[in-house]
Design a protein around this ligand. Sequence first.
Ligand code: BG6
Length: 470
Amino acid sequence: MAECTFVILGATGDLAKRKLFPAIYKLIKDKKIKKFAIIGAANSNSSAEKILENSKKFIKQYNSKIWESLKKSTYYQQLNFYNTQDYPKLKKIIEDVEKKHKLYGNKLFYLATLPEHFKKITELLSKNKIVKKHINKKECSDCKHPWSRIVYEKPFGHNLKSAQKINKYILKLFHEKQIYRIDHYLGKELVSNITLVRFTNKIFEPLWNNKNIDSVQIILSEKLGIDSRGKFYDKYGALKDVVQNHMLQMLAVTTMEPPKKYTAKEIRDAKSNLLEQVKIDNVILGQYQEYTKEKDINLKSKTETFAALKLFINNKRWKNVPFYLKTGKALDKKEASIHLKFKMVKCILSKSCPTDSNYLTIKITPEEGFFLELNAKLPGVKDKITTVKMDFCHPCTFGPNSPGAYEMLLLDVINGDQSIFVRSDEIELSWKIIDQIDKNKLNLYKYKKGSKGPKEIELLDPNKKIIWRA
Ligand code: BG6
């Protein structure tokens, strides 16, 4: 069991409220951290009580004893990210809290802010010696010395240039080993499962290539609109909000070459090599009809709330296999899933040809599991087949309370494990892919809230071969 001081910059924001405090609460409840303190910092005039109270309704498995211990160990410091005079105050409160709680000095800084603040906050944390650069690699990776690790929320920049700038700057101040770039999809149980299922079962790897796979769909569809995040969303849109990060990371773990070992370096090398080969073939963008009437949205906004992409991966394994990505806000349902469609077999039946393709579906959220669709004999008829499913239902096997993504991620930062965090080169390669898209040259198709997206999605594939699975 580890000990750590969490310093959350942007502590009054949505992410801290919905995800970070509930994740820390769960880690305490599950006894994954022994000694801890939390210091929230943000621009507003707030308090520890207020920020925790706002988070209370997002806590699962509430227990008053655990909640009280969280309250006793949480502090708040008002901090204008750009005001140099506020940082010594932050430093002082961290020192006082560490002393009071007899903490050893391990510190996790979480920048739960917009990326435009990353550079300045990092600069001032470093200048004020609040986060120090580790002298050598060992210092960051064993626990004999107190460590300082700094976590950057996504999106990391808004294009290749800005991401390169941030990377260059923070790497001057800190060691890559101290830097954790978050993509919370990598912390999801079923996304982590992809690599292990692929590479620990003999049956999958021989089939995982263009000889056997016809096409792949990656879907991240959402029922909710943009909620109260208009200011952020209108600047970013679907491509930068989820395609550059969550969807390309799902693509990378599904398609990377086998890493030589299951280590952070090898996994990230494999993903980075893969991302280098991705080429965009076609893009369809959409916007839901009432979007421009939402709070904080410009009436003439051309921001996409829907994106569908057709991609290819230019390597031996995946040559000519189309990858279809689809995401959108205000669609008919919440679902994140990956669907691998296998090629058809030559049909030998006399009555029911052609037979269906096999599908391997990876359900990430809200349903969790792997489902394999096979053809099987229809009872009582000699040569008729029907589709049957082989299920690995995750909650049925392991119970409903697997750790959430942010718990996994925070615990990995505490343990110094970077395998499910995104390295600087992966971030830049993903932006390079998104930067290929010139939105000014694309139509923006309207779609109804609660629908499957714009009907023009059919233009994505002129051969009309794609049948969307969600
Ligand atoms: C976030 C995006 O990174 O991911 C949101 O900023 C999106 O717009 C969310 O709603 C989706 O994550 P999840 O875990 O709810 O599927």
